[in-house]
Ligand binder design. Sequence first.
Ligand code: BES
Ligand code: MN
Ligand code: MN
Length: 462
Amino acid sequence: MKDLKHFIENNKSRFITELIELLKIPSVSANPTYKNEVIKTANAVKHSLEKAGCQTVELCETAGYPIVYAEKIINPKLPTILVYGHYDVQPADPLELWDSPPYEPVIKKTKTHPEGAIFARGACDDKGQMYMHVKALEFMTSTNQLPCNVKFMIEGEEEVGSSNLATFVKANKQKLENDVILISDTGMIANNIPSITTGLRGLSYVEVEVTGPNRDLHSGLYGGAVANPINILTKMIASLHDNNNRITIPGFYDNVEELSKQERAEMAKAPFSIENYKKALDINDTHGEAGYSTNERNSIRPTLDVNGIWGGYTGQGAKTVIPSKAFAKISMRLVPNQDWKTITQLFKTHFQNIAPKSVQVKVTPHHGGQGYVTPTNTIAYKAASLAYQKTFNKTPIPQRSGGSIPIVALFEQELKSKTILMGFGLDSDAIHSPNEHFGIFNYLKGIETIPYFYKYFTELSK
Ligand code: BES
Ligand code: MN
Ligand code: MN
């Protein structure tokens, strides 16, 4: 790739300014208050793809937020890369824990980012990583070095389950035809240890409601004689793990893919320091399923976690009350061969079964999706590996992630194409948390590495 290094050096401050402008728009898909901002972001992404040299750029309306679609077809005989990303972001709450406002991006140095990082909601997940692709394309078109065809599909509802994107994909299979799907919405081990994400976990997300008496009661007059839904709910939740921290739902582990000794030994070779891990989180010990390492617990093993729990009186001071209702939001991360709809049903049945007669339980499924494992013996993997070798001077390590991008399994099912996950975030980038950030090094390295993927993928496809 001729002049790539110069191009980045000469344009880096503009690249940073442009990303900062995008980060100023609060595109929170979960909260309808931000509707106009989400749509404004879609338009900004559309405009950026026009500037990057795409022929066709359109906003595809859905039942929810629009999908930005763009393409540049240089020769139908050449391979086609489909880039997927998302322009929506997680809510910024709790706001008071941010050191600077979430939609007023600032650049600060951190331990893992001595060259500086951009702090803002969406910096890493996924605006920064998505925009690397726009800038990489801009480089290739403006220097006449685009080696193949490219399509972009950037959605605005990833953080709320991508259900409208699923409909769009099913209805537009021909338009979306491609040879590989390229995504930067994951992470890598460290800035000097490049890695390629080879797995994503599946997800089942449910909400539970436990109802006791038909109204809140005086906890003196009724206390001890009727079920307290919060007491019951917490006991039910506690029973979902046994003493080995295994999940107790009957059938939960039935289809879980067990890795061979050899595969686990291979995984254990990835550089990892448990001491640094604990220090980074200010914890004295880790926690999880007996018989598995930390890296296994958060990637190849399924989990069940309460994401939120509420009920009763939580205001100032004391109020003596037995609440009528208690609630919790629960997520289960799933691994290959676990079907999310089956798991959701198993949860529902079990949770209703363990409830005492003194309460009523309602389980409402939210969203979910299948896990995904990417093969490492493909042209796409090889091309990605060569690209990292070129720009990092190191062979990237394959690594399965614990996070989920449910639409990836659907892409394979509907479009019959594999995904390659070239993520440039770090675990310490605080995605979904206060003070989310994305390293300037990572942003620019992403812009530098992506064109090499295009080059090697095209060459290896011949
Ligand atoms: N980009 C993340 C997923 C991710 C992050 C995967 C880091 C691997 C490494 C994505 O935006 C996300 O947050 N996904 C959700 C699921 C979705 C259905 C809300 C998740 O994993 O919680
Ligand atoms: Mn994401
Ligand atoms: Mn996310």
